[in-house]
Design a protein around this ligand. Sequence first.
Ligand code: FAD
Ligand code: NAD
Length: 474
Amino acid sequence: MSDKFDVIVIGAGPAGYVAAIRAAQLGLKTACVDAFVGKDGKQALGGTCLNVGCIPSKALLDSSKQYFNLAHNLPAHGISVENAKVDMATFIGRKDKIVKQFTGGIGQLFKANKVTPFFGKGKLLKGNNVEITGNDGSKQTISATNVILASGSVPIELPFAKFDGKYIIDNAGALDINEVPKRLGVIGAGVIGLELGSVWNRLGAEVTILEALPDFLAVADQDVAKIAKKEFEKQGLAIKLGAKLTKAEVKKNEVALTYEDKDGAHELTVDKLLVAVGRRAYTDGLLAGDTGVKLDERGRIVVDEHNHTGVDGVWAIGDAVRGPMLAHKGSEEGVAVAEWIAGKAGHINLDTVPWVIYTEPEIAWAGKTEKELKDAGIPYKIGTFPFAAIGRAVAMNEAIGQVKVLAHAETDRLLGVHMVGPGVSELIAEAVVAMEFKGSAEDLARIVHAHPTLSEAVHEAALSVDKRAIHKGN
Ligand code: FAD
Ligand code: NAD
């Protein structure tokens, strides 16, 4: 086979593999180079998301939720089970099977779409050539008219709490613990800290989360964050805000931590420490010195609004570039870039990328927070509706949280929708569609929503923007 392609994608995460499939669908001869090694020592396509991110974390979140419900939710339904136990081999094994199913599925999709996979580390050379170094050190060079860089991200390491894979762990480590730790410390009350902290808390670990910032979930709307924090604390997560880790020392099968907050220095001993303080764009070894591709001050590949790097035929997508580090954001960039390369009208709108945190209750939002609107001086109206007044949520015994709609005070255009409660990971899609179509609160309010469903909370919150919610006082 010729080693000249129309498109080479470096990285087969949700940004890269989707870009490769879309490019191939458009008739472009496409290769995808990826270096990820799975648990079985073989190439595992799908990147962080499929191997050690979105998919395995959701598998463990779901298993742990079933267990937690046995003790904490089912008794209210009159159902009780004695001596419930978790078999850890099955718990972790089920997750591994799901990962294998999905990573293997990418290989099949590549075959079906005639994408040529390469296993190894890709380096962009000048002139859109890509040097691939295999695990055995062997080298080959392929070239293309267009190269899409989709090298993703890796966890940020704290210099005084370096990952050792056993006691001080990252996301991959926290997805592969074989015995429930008695005490789990988590650094960072961000998305990973809350999701993976929840998994182990539900199985009985004492989880303490240290967060450096004084506000909880500062990226989310603060009304939502407040409700969520209260619920997480009820579940047993100990969340310490304004707490800065200063020392982490592994001693005799334990990790001794020192942290500082407004009251001074404190000590905490845990059996494992998950460090989840954010991720950095991964570009180590990706670029030869003379390619002309630039990195910004945070190490991300610099791109314009079309994900073009400014170097002829070189594009970049996903976690390696600006914007939220989310799988669906990277995938949509991948589709858009493949379409731009094929001369079509690609499209990506970073303003309506939804965020979902898969805790209990779930958290989801799209668009601006109330604080962002205030800071920008944009006049807005607010509508809210609690799940406590939604029949379906009460029937499920999950009547926690609310939907909050922010609309422009003069035009009524939807500016942000923020949810915390049951099933909001699915409910947010309606808000995203409405916002993408530049809809108004009135539009959402006039759409028929099935009864009794959780989606009625979105309907009522939209009605409440103009003080005409039916099932609460306005
Ligand atoms: P990645 O998925 O990181 O893939 C990059 C790939 O490129 C990797 O396979 C890497 O090995 C390979 N690579 C890098 N450099 C080279 C090179 N030079 N040569 C060859 N190969 C290379 N996002 C969500 O939207 N929803 C979630 O629920 C969610 N949950 C998450 C849970 C966890 C625990 C973590 C860690 C992340 C989660 N994310 C989630 C974020 C999501 O995983 C990332 O946003 C997404 O994987 C980014 O996709 P990407 O393709 O840009 O990069
Ligand atoms: P994050 O940015 O979500 O959270 C990191 C948290 O750590 C922040 O609250 C930050 O203030 C805090 N922090 C930073 N330095 C600290 C320090 N020294 N001590 C204590 N706290 C500190 O990062 P993450 O949780 O590592 O996740 C990385 C990214 O992965 C997320 O931002 C998200 O883009 C993606 N992700 C998404 C999902 C999802 O979509 N459900 C799930 C997991 C991860």
